[in-house]
Design a protein around this ligand. Structure first.
Ligand SMILES: O=C(O)CCC(=O)C(=O)O
Ligand SMILES: [Fe+2]
Length: 358
């Protein structure tokens, strides 16, 4: 039941009960029509988006994938991954219907009643591979983030059939499957750019041996300027493939520490380098800080696929780079340890990668 007091959430345990334990999420808070943001979501001043640090005219590269093997296109992909760590792709092979279907499926999942979504919460889910949650790590964050999510770690079709919510399962599986072609094209080009030619089975497994898809829901927010949708972070993936809707709100840091908006382009996918690829490439490709603002008038969704090494893989600079005489700047770390380190703390910009520095 929704609390009815004027400031129902002055007590943090009441907020946790409603948002986390009962599974209402921030979507539930948003739908209460609160006039003011609960204090638990108020971010410190330096974590809020300050529009004076936004460069309006700059833009991350937009790359046409129809001729992805053309040396010019390949160079623009490698340059974007080194300089920006972020780019958008158009004319990739993922059909527009697949993208529209997974967005519809995201709305369908979040429209389910709280008690149904809550079956997939940390408390109730029968598997760690399926997780409905809110904020990032509410147990360790001083200020919460204005976001709900469903996270689906892919093991196999059978497990997905048994465990993933049926309301979005087929659409997420299709989105992952259809994205594999462009993921392989990008990794092929990026490896070639490091003089690593041909991706054998072991390397393919290291680069894309596991995948996680998140359905992110950022509800409309009272006082969006006081909070964040997602705080400053870099992803821990090798690559992230991100589908966003038409609302906007994702910002990326440029080389001069200013923030650049990633404008929604219908049918495009946003690609970003994650920490694992930064480490494997010995720093040649860069994972870059990004964040999502909250929106005062509209709900927003996004659907990232995190393309990862397998949890049991050791990641470190690729042997081909070291054989060429490069000095390693990262040590070998067990990927699952890296992941644990990321989830042990609140979002903290680019700090996670220090875990692997020599
Ligand atoms: O919602 C977005 O646009 C980005 C989300 C994000 O950065 C993430 O899930 O890691
Ligand atoms: Fe991210």
């Amino acid at each position: 039941m929704a609390p009815t007091l004027a400031d129902p959430f002055s007590d943090s345990s009441a907020l946790r009960e409603f948002v986390i334990n009962q599974g209402n999420g921030v979507k539930g808070l948003s739908e209460l029509g609160l006039k003011a943001l609960p204090k638990q979501y108020i971010q410190p001043l330096d974590e809020r988006m300050c529009m004076t640090n936004v460069v309006p005219l700059e833009s991350i590269p937009i790359i046409d994938m129809s001729n992805w093997e053309d040396p010019e296109v390949a160079k623009s992909i490698c340059d974007a991954a080194s300089k920006w760590g972020f780019f958008q792709i158009v004319n990739h092979d993922v059909p527009i219907e697949v993208l529209e279907n997974v967005k519809d499926a995201t709305y369908r999942f979040f429209s389910l009643p709280a008690d149904v979504k809550n079956k997939y919460s940390k408390e109730h889910s029968s598997s760690n591979n399926v997780r409905f949650g809110t904020s990032f790590t509410p147990q360790t964050e001083k200020a919460l983030e204005w976001k709900d999510y469903l996270s689906l770690f892919y093991v196999c079709e059978e497990e997905a059939s048994a465990l993933w919510p049926s309301i979005c399962r087929e659409q997420v599986l299709d989105y992952m499957k259809k994205s594999e072609v462009v993921i392989k094209q990008l990794l092929h080009v990026l490896m070639k750019g490091l003089n690593v030619n041909g991706i054998d089975e072991t390397k393919e497994s290291l680069l894309m041996g596991s995948m996680r898809t998140n359905l992110n829901y950022y509800p409309k927010c009272p006082n969006p300027e006081l909070t964040v949708g997602v705080g400053r972070h870099s992803d821990i993936s090798t690559l992230t493939i991100l589908l966003q809707d038409e609302i906007g709100g994702l910002y990326v840091k440029n080389e001069r520490d200013n923030w650049i908006h990633v404008p929604p382009i219908k049918g495009s996918l946003v690609i970003n380098v994650g920490d694992a690829l930064q480490i494997l490439s010995n720093g040649r490709y860069r994972s870059v800080e990004h964040r999502v603002v909250a929106n005062g008038s509209k709900n927003r969704i996004s659907v990232p696929i995190f393309v990862n090494p397998r949890p049991g893989d050791m990641i470190g600079p690729l042997p081909e780079l070291i054989a060429n005489g490069e000095k390693p700047i990262y040590k070998q770390v067990l990927y699952s340890d890296y992941v644990k380190h990321f989830f042990r703390k609140a979002h903290d910009g680019k700090k996670t990668v220090e875990f692997a520095e020599l």
